[in-house]
Ligand binder design. Structure first.
Ligand code: ADP
Ligand code: MG
Length: 710
């Protein structure tokens, strides 16, 4: 601790921002709300993009889509009120061309500034307007007569906004912080040998380049994120996150967990009773889990496996190892329906072995709930299956040894930690097994989950007929309606998945927008009800109440409805083996990962299944490639790799999807080549200079409480 304080004195990095001019308690609070409390935080508040005001572009050379700075004289001013207030200022320069500056919001004083003949310098992105090129809401300055305004020497950084602190003030604060960047040795945490081997600049140089790029900078590289300055920062950021995860893992693994060694009689009995043999992949993963559980330290293992790869039975086998030791197991799933499915499976497998399986969901209330809580607390319930309800404080286990979480990314960090902490009664930390059907490409798994051990069930049980995937233009919809009629007449069930095309750019409504998808589903439901009057049709969308949704899903599962019209809410985990046809409308709007998840809902039974990807022509190149990929492969890992290639990991590994932190600079795909260096160097640091490792983590990750996989 004292060593740290000494460092803090020598190094201005951790100086509070109040020492900067213009930062009083109010501004400090606003900055803090955005996570900015020290000088170093401001250094690392990196520009989102740049504006180049280092040159003036002749208006004649301006083209639509181009961002540029121009200068000209006001030729004409026009105010309009037809639909909404509007101000148009025509600007001409010596190149003989004109450009319109257009404003929808403006004050009277602004109008007065634009006297004909006034000299205006403006910056913005040109677009094609009714009367030639225009810039809407440019940033601009009216120059005084004879003023010889200088051009900028560096590109203007545009920073991520901080609420309550205007962009100009923020920029001034960052400038002040940069003026206090210490000389190399104090600031630099990476050894010169590492940087020179990778031909990367020092941190000081990298930060100055990022905040104040000289006019001569390689703008294309900056925009692509491949500039050496960005690579230098990405290197340190990746290192910091990796170190932080490794340290967390070391901390966790120094805790005690019940060693569940031997006693595999129950697991063997389950295997003997199953109507199928485990696949090689299931056996391998179970062996990995068993090895972990035998150790007196907590397991932290992620099992990735495509939909239908048979994760549940592996989880059940793991549960039996704990039960055989007289300990308890919790299994949590993100929705009631999924949890019910697990309950049904576990009861059918475990109860014949005289293992007591209890059920706890939000719906279990009153006396019934108290009874379950009592059974859990006494240890009478050996396996407890449920939803978020399992994580509540009132749920106390007698002796929880294994916590299993399905579709882990759909739970919050706190919920998962709450479950883990329930082992505390026995003075140990339970083993944790998390399962996901969202495969992370192998190339990324290591970086994404360096605090978890990852197992992959990368083989489907035999005997499944692969789903036939058909790509079809929406013009052929009538044929599909017939196809549904035939399928249902044969006693099969059908999913119809709706996503809506974005109608209005202004509302920022994208695909997956719950309100619009819901109304699309409603409309489709009504149309199909008219076209297929003999069918029983259900409807599920995200705007329905949870109970309504579940009722509709359940009715479909119990074959009380033939056709289920749904939005993408049916994505996760629901098993209806009798459903053998799926139609996905506007499939070109969905990402590969999502299409794959949806398609996994069919092909779960013995009948040959099909998935029709219906698209609205014309198809973009990217969309065509996605649909082709879907048609050519059903391997989740291959699809994930392709998805990564087409979209990049930013989207694939969105914080929401995986619970991972978002990086400031690094990009797992773009900077993947740095990872081997990062991993190797992290090992050296942890061994030889743990205090340096700590400073690197503190700089980029801070308290570290933002982690998913703790
Ligand atoms: P997921 O990995 O998507 O959770 P499930 O665990 O729900 O998959 O398994 C899908 C179906 O496959 C279940 O009906 C399950 O009983 C069955 N199953 C699991 N393993 C095998 C196997 N080795 N052989 C045949 N069927 C299996
Ligand atoms: Mg499952």
């Amino acid at each position: 601790m004292s060593a740290r304080r000494d460092l803090a004195i020598a190094d201005p990095s951790t100086e509070p921002l109040q020492r900067l001019a213009g930062v009083g308690p109010r501004v400090a609070a606003k900055l803090e709300a955005r996570g900015l409390t020290t000088l170093q935080d401001l250094w690392l508040h990196l520009p989102l993009r740049y504006e180049d005001r280092t040159t003036l572009l002749p208006i004649r050379m301006l083209k639509a889509g181009m961002a540029a700075q121009v200068e000209g004289r006001v030729e004409a001013v026009e105010r309009g009120f037809r639909y909404r207030p509007m101000l148009r200022v025509a600007l001409a320069d010596d190149s003989g061309a004109t450009l319109v500056l257009r404003f929808f919001h403006f004050r009277a004083a602004q109008v007065a500034q634009f006297a004909p003949g006034a000299r205006v310098r403006a910056y913005g992105t040109a677009r094609a307007g009714q009367h030639g090129l225009e810039i809407v809401h440019p940033s601009y300055r009216v120059l005084a007569d004879g003023e010889d305004a200088v051009l900028g020497e560096v590109l203007d950084p545009v920073y991520p906004a901080v609420e309550g602190v205007g962009p100009a003030s923020l920029r001034k604060l960052i400038e002040q912080a940069l003026d206090r960047l210490p000389a190399g040795a104090t600031l630099e945490l990476l050894p010169a040998s590492l940087l020179s081997a990778l031909q990367l600049p020092s941190l000081r140089e990298a930060l100055l380049t990022m905040h104040r790029p000289p006019a001569t900078v390689d703008v294309a590289a900056l925009a692509a994120g491949t500039h050496p300055a960005q690579r230098r920062l990405a290197l340190e950021e990746l290192l910091a996150h990796h170190l932080s995860q490794r340290r967390q893992r070391i901390a966790l693994q120094s805790q005690n967990a019940p060693a569940l060694r031997g006693r595999d009689d129950l697991a063997k009995a389950l295997l003997a009773s199953l109507p199928f043999r485990l696949t090689g992949a299931q056996r391998r993963v179970f062996a990995e889990i068993r090895k972990d559980l035998a150790r007196p330290h907590p397991m932290l293992r992620l099992v990735q496996g495509d939909v239908g790869s048979g994760k549940t039975v592996v989880a059940a086998l793991a549960a039996l190892l704990a039960v055989a030791h007289g300990r308890q197991v919790a299994l949590a799933a993100p929705t009631e329906l999924l949890a019910e499915q697990h309950l049904a499976n576990l009861r059918s497998w475990l109860e014949p072995l005289e293992v007591r399986v209890a059920w706890l969901a939000g719906k279990v209330t009153g006396k019934a709930r108290n009874k379950v809580l009592e059974e859990v607390a006494s240890g009478h319930a050996q396996v407890v299956v449920g939803t978020h309800a399992l994580m509540q404080d009132s749920v106390v286990f007698n002796d929880l040894a294994l916590a299993i979480v399905d579709e882990q990314h759909r739970f919050g960090v706190h919920q998962r930690l709450a479950l883990r902490d329930k082992g505390a009664a026995a003075g140990t930390v339970p083993h944790q097994l998390v399962m996901t059907a969202t495969p992370i490409p192998r190339t990324l798994a290591m970086a994404a989950y360096s605090d978890l051990d990852v197992s992959a069930i990368d083989e489907l049980p035999p005997g499944r007929t692969p789903v036939q995937t058909i790509v079809l233009s929406a013009e052929r919809r009538p044929e599909l309606v017939e196809r549904i009629r035939v399928a249902c007449r044969q006693g099969r069930q059908v999913y119809w998945v709706c996503t809506l095309i974005e109608e209005s750019e202004e509302e920022g409504a994208g695909p997956g927008n719950a309100r619009m998808d819901a109304s699309a589903a409603q409309t489709t439901y009504e149309t199909l009800s008219v076209q297929l009057p003999e069918l029983r049709i259900g409807l599920v969308h995200g705007r329905m109440k949870a109970a309504e949704k579940q009722a509709a899903m359940r009715a479909f599962k119990q074959a009380e409805t033939d056709l289920l019209v749904a939005t993408t809410v049916i994505e996760v985990g629901v098993d209806v083996p009798n459903a053998s046809l799926m139609i996905i409308e506007n499939a070109e709007r969905l990402g590969l990962a999502q299409l794959h998840q949806l398609r996994g809902r069919v092909g779960r039974g013995a009948t040959a299944s099909s998935c029709v990807l219906m698209y609205q022509p014309p198809l973009s190149l990217m969309a065509r490639e996605r649909l082709e990929t879907m048609r050519n492969t059903s391997d989740g890992f291959q699809i994930a790799e392709k998805d990564l290639e087409l979209r990049g990991p930013g989207e694939l590994l969105g914080t929401r999807q995986t619970g991972l932190v978002a990086f400031r600079v690094a990009d797992l795909l773009r900077d993947a080549d740095l990872l081997p260096t990062v991993h190797g160097f992290a090992g050296e640091l942890l061994r030889d200079s743990p205090e340096l490792a700590e400073r690197i983590v503190a700089r980029w990750v801070g308290g570290g409480a933002r982690y998913a996989s703790a």
